[in-house]
Design a protein around this ligand. Sequence first.
Ligand code: ZN
Length: 43
Amino acid sequence: MLRSNKGRKDTCKYCEGNGYVTLLLGGSETCYACKGSGNKKSR
Ligand SMILES: [Zn+2]
């Protein structure tokens, strides 16, 4: 496991740890990448 880029360890890059993503049309949706956990999937 490489650790490039300091900071954010397991934060999902799609939702930045929010657990959801903002849609262009408005509103938000549960992040599909982390399924709302806000963490990058590790397994
Ligand atoms: Zn996410």
